[in-house]
Design a protein around this ligand. Structure first.
Ligand code: N01
Length: 495
């Protein structure tokens, strides 16, 4: 752990060194602002791409969309980068953008407290250290708190049990009976790799997912030749960006592309799975887009291997040596893999954040986390979020959305500097208008459909996805902050 002196000062503290935090740091440096630190709980940069090391972990979004515009990731060979490639990209990005001296690794933020009289944030970190900062930017992501369902008997299990995002590489799988619980993006990616080595794999599926075929990983010769032409990488990126926006966003509203995507998914399922009983078990009943769509061309084949069994009965309890499902059937297992997702709607948990007048963020977010453009909350001056509530785009490029938020935050910082405003925060009227607009949009989409997904909190409020197009997000973040933010007066110091 890096030592933090009591009361170390930094103009800006960024929390998290994943895509968002690194992009924020790079944008600050490029804007000539060097007085910032990036605190990171892990021992390396990379965020979820450092944490997820399960076999087969890769990106199902094309690399041209899954990189930062300051240094686009341009692999002329592979369309979809592996976890190791993305982690390397982020490490290289850190070095090339001069971010290493700003990093405080092994430093987990535990609390953030705004002082009304000085307009500064006191940030407490593990080990008892503190930072005093004018501005704090949370870039902690949405998918980093593993969720493990509370299945009775888990503690009694005698074998190895771990979550997909905490892969235990010391546990051999060869020759063993493995249970894979969960069939989301992580479960789908790891299953073929686990099935290739394990003796027997049982896949426990609660809800079938819609699966669209993933294009070949390697570019074909024509595209490879085209991408060799100078400037073609950005043309290709733009084509992907607009293509995804124009075709995938209407899907959320049940528009023309929903029918088309469903037909493609059904054809893919029919071609890959000849057995009608298995096909029925894999056919989703929810509207396409209500849960994140899987882009995958390997899971159906893996499910039909001789050593793989799909179980759709509900999990009843875990025993010392296996799993019992509804109906009383018991299957023996040596290893349990929980590909059961993340507590995504908890956002800044477990960090305690107190804003103006002692307002507690956890209290405000008790029913449902909310933030203006996913980046600002009333009563929390000079506090910004990257990838905050309702700013995950399920139909496009998340690095792009984060960069839009960062550009807006930079405008706020510039505006403050030029106007001599010590503290600014989102105007409650603007925040409430935005919430109404957002709710109206959400109500017109399939995102709130009655199906379990990490898009919603325990009360069923849709807290994570952005319900409109990437271009809409670009338009809304293109505004000047003076239109929605206001200056906050510092209270007189009574000390
Ligand atoms: O998690 P998930 P994930 N009993 O929440 C099941 C990103 N990502 O880690 O569908 C039984 O999607 C649950 O069942 P159900 C991406 O954004 C990106 O797979 O809720 N089963 C589901 O099948 C993705 O969406 C990449 O009924 C239970 C599974 O566990 C997000 O991460 C790659 C259960 C959880 O699926 C999360 O994906 C990988 C229970 N009690 C991930 N509780 C890229 O390539 C849960 N489940 C960019």
């Amino acid at each position: 752990m890096s030592a933090v002196s009591f009361g170390a000062r930094a103009r800006i503290v960024i929390v998290g060194a994943g895509f968002g935090g690194l992009a924020m740091g790079s944008a600050l440096r490029r804007a000539g602002i060097d007085d910032f630190v990036i605190v990171e709980k892990g021992q390396d940069v990379g965020g979820v791409w450092r944490e997820n090391t399960y076999p087969g972990c890769s990106c199902d979004v094309p690399s041209h969309l899954y990189s930062l515009s300051a240094r686009p990731y341009r692999n002329a060979r592979t369309r979809h980068p592996s976890q190791a490639e993305i982690l390397d990209y982020l490490r290289d990005f850190t070095a090339a953008e001069g971010l290493r001296p700003h990093l405080r690794l092994g430093t987990a933020l535990t609390g953030a407290h705004y002082d009304d009289s000085s307009g500064t944030w006191t940030l407490t970190v593990t080990g008892g250290g503190e930072y005093l900062a004018e501005t704090v930017v949370f870039a902690v992501g949405q998918l980093h708190r593993p969720f493990r369902p509370d299945i009775p008997g888990l503690d009694s299990f005698g074998g190895a049990a771990f979550h997909s995002a905490r892969w235990d590489h010391s546990v051999p799988l060869a020759g063993r009976k493995v249970a894979v619980i969960g069939t989301g993006s992580s479960g789908a990616q790891l299953l073929p790799h686990v099935a290739a080595v394990a003796d027997q794999v049982t896949v426990y599926q609660r809800t079938p997912h819609w699966v669209l075929p993933k294009p070949r990983a390697e570019f074909g010769p024509v595209l490879r030749r085209a991408l060799a032409v100078p400037g073609m990488h950005s043309v290709y990126r733009k084509a992907l960006y607009y293509g995804a926006d124009l075709t995938l966003t209407p899907l959320l509203r049940g528009g023309w592309s929903a029918g088309l995507a469903e037909r493609i998914a059904r054809t893919h399922l029919r071609r890959e799975v000849p057995d009608p009983a298995l096909r029925a078990a894999l056919t989703p009943g929810h509207p396409i887009g209500a849960k994140r769509i899987l882009f995958d061309s390997t899971i159906y084949r893996a499910l039909q291997r001789d050593n793989v069994e799909l179980v759709t009965d509900p999990l009843r309890r875990i025993t010392a040596d296996g799993i019992e499902t509804g109906g009383g059937r018991h299957r023996p297992h040596d290893v349990l893999v929980f590909a059961t997702g993340f507590r995504a709607s908890e956002f800044l948990t477990p960090i305690t954040v107190r804003g103006r007048g002692g307002a507690l963020l956890g209290e405000r977010w008790r029913t449902a986390p909310d933030a203006y453009l996913g980046l600002a909350v009333p009563q929390f001056p000079n506090l910004f979020l990257i990838a905050g509530p309702n700013s995950f785009i399920s139909t496009g490029s998340n690095p792009e959305i984060k960069e839009r938020q960062i550009a807006f935050i930079l405008k706020c910082l510039r505006w403050q500097e030029e106007s001599g405003l010590r503290a600014i925060e989102i105007n409650p009227v603007a925040a409430s208008r935005y919430r109404q607009w957002l709710q109206g949009r959400l109500d017109r989409t399939v995102l709130g459909a009655d199906v379990p997904s990490w898009y919603k909190n325990a009360d069923g409020a849709v807290t994570n996805p952005w319900p409109a197009s990437a271009r809409q997000f670009a338009r809304m973040t293109a505004t000047h902050p003076a239109e929605s933010f206001h200056a906050v007066q510092l209270s007189r110091c009574t000390c």
